[in-house]
Design a protein around this ligand. Structure first.
Ligand code: URA
Length: 188
């Protein structure tokens, strides 16, 4: 695929796993197609399935607040998920669903060429950083994935369940902003 639009058009008809039959809308990803900063969540929730846009529900609104707090405009980032379709009742993605879908994310990464990838939550970190990633211990640490700087923060939904984690989230987001400025700043 040469462009994100082409890739999206291809994904629209995807039936690589059973979630293709139950989705309302595909949630491909949105944002700045040349972003330096790519956020990767887990899978669409109810609001995302209805709208086709990632992180628009309560968790997404909280993510927006953190982006605002550290002065990163949402318009300068790209946001995607490991899965493009909603798992029923928001259950964790199954390994075979991730296997069926991960190629699309890898293509998005290849086309966007972000300087920094931020995994939102443990599911994304376990898939993109390492299988045994421990989010409580290892959030905010920096890794390299195929030459791209990568880190993980708590999933915003986890912050809604346990607001005590918000302090750590703010520190991690400040460090991400700093790293972004160091690596060349956000593209317009
Ligand atoms: N949670 C996610 O991981 N992704 C979304 O798009 C929404 C909620």
């Amino acid at each position: 695929m040469k462009t994100l639009d082409e890739l999206k058009a291809h994904c629209e008809s995807c039936q690589n796993c059973p979630l293709g039959a139950t989705r309302t809308k595909l949630v491909f990803g949105t944002g700045n197609e040349t972003a330096d900063l790519l956020f990767v969540g887990e899978a669409p929730g109810e609001q995302e399935d209805l709208t086709g846009i990632p992180f628009v529900g309560r968790a997404g609104q909280l993510l927006d607040k953190f982006l605002f707090a550290v002065d990163i405009p949402r318009s300068q980032v790209y946001i995607a998920n490991i899965l493009k379709c909603r798992p029923p009742q928001n259950r964790d993605p199954l390994p075979e669903e991730e296997d069926a879908c991960i190629g699309y994310l890898n293509e998005q990464i290849r086309l966007i060429q972000p300087k920094i990838i931020v995994c939102l939550g443990r599911i994304s970190a376990m898939r993109l950083i390492k299988e045994d990633f421990k989010i409580t211990k290892e959030h905010g640490q920096w890794f390299l994935r195929d030459g791209v700087t990568i880190t993980a923060v708590f999933h915003p939904a986890a912050l809604l369940r346990d607001p005590r984690k918000k302090e750590d989230m703010l520190e991690d987001m400040k460090a991400i902003k700093k790293k972004l400025d160091e690596l060349g700043g956000a593209k317009e």
